[in-house]
Design a protein around this ligand. Structure first.
Ligand SMILES: [Zn+2]
Ligand SMILES: [Zn+2]
Length: 255
């Protein structure tokens, strides 16, 4: 699969956009940055959005996407997929006709722009040529990590998380795992803040990654807070993780 980085940071600053990734042509993983990085023609090809959780830096392009795509009729709804707890929070706090018009009912409740689909932890769902499983991770609100598979292999996406277990266990039991996208938000000196806000530091990333038992697996780091980029980069460079890349907005990589 081809992963295009629309934005990969944990905050917005200057050129740094928040987390949004396009897999192949039709599947988004999180929607922090979408509309400013894709043409209208590319936005029209989106069929699915995997949403890890409802924090603003992961969903803020959804309302804006609706503005770009809404017509009198929609040929096909965009399906927003996550664990039930995340979908419930989306209904309650985002698609609620308060923050923004409820595009799960517009233009019509039977053919809306967005359709919400809750999946059970660990149960695979087919999204075009991808098979996706979601696992609860340890964040301040309900949050999902994903295992995304195509015929060439599987990719792990950590979601926003502190120390966690289910996702690593499932990933360790995935023989065709080819790469892991793992969040890292704060430098080691801010481990207290990382624990409070439930994010990883470089030292915590190394601990969590070790749970996979595959030291040579390619790791793509995302969700770096732009203010701490230099310190995080330095600390990641010293980790005993052999195949680590810090993602940049606009990059693409192949899994
Ligand atoms: Zn975030
Ligand atoms: Zn978050």
């Amino acid at each position: 699969m081809r992963v295009r980085v629309l934005g990969c940071h944990g905050a917005e600053l200057g050129e740094c956009g928040t987390s949004g990734f396009l897999i192949n042509r039709s599947v988004l993983v999180d929607a922090g940055t979408v509309c400013s990085a894709l043409t209208i023609a590319e936005q029209r090809k989106i069929r699915y959005v995997l949403v890890s959780h409802i924090h603003m830096d992961h969903i803020k392009s959804l309302p804006l996407l609706s503005e770009n795509l809404i017509e009198n009729g929609v040929p096909q709804s965009i399906v927003i997929v996550s664990l039930k707890k995340v979908i419930d929070e989306l209904k309650r706090h985002v698609f609620n006709d308060r923050l923004w018009p409820d595009f799960t009912k517009i233009p019509t409740p039977t053919h809306p722009l967005f359709r919400l689909e809750a999946i059970d932890e660990g149960t695979a769902i087919q999204l075009d040529d991808l098979r996706v499983r979601a696992f609860a991770v340890n964040h301040t609100v309900p949050c999902a990590g994903f295992l995304i598979r195509d015929r060439r292999g599987s990719l792990l996406y950590s979601g926003d998380t502190y120390r966690t277990d289910h996702l690593w266990k499932a990933a360790a039991a995935t023989p065709d795992l080819k790469a892991a996208m793992i969040e890292t938000s704060f430098p080691n000196a801010l481990k207290g803040l990382a624990a409070q806000t439930k994010h990883l530091t470089p030292a915590l990333l190394a601990d969590e990654f070790a749970k996979l038992g595959r030291p040579n697996l390619p790791v793509y780091v995302y969700h770096v807070k732009p203010r701490y980029r230099a310190a995080i980069r330095r600390e990641l460079g010293k980790l005993p993780v052999t195949n680590l890349t810090i993602l940049e907005d606009g990059a693409t990589f192949q899994v």
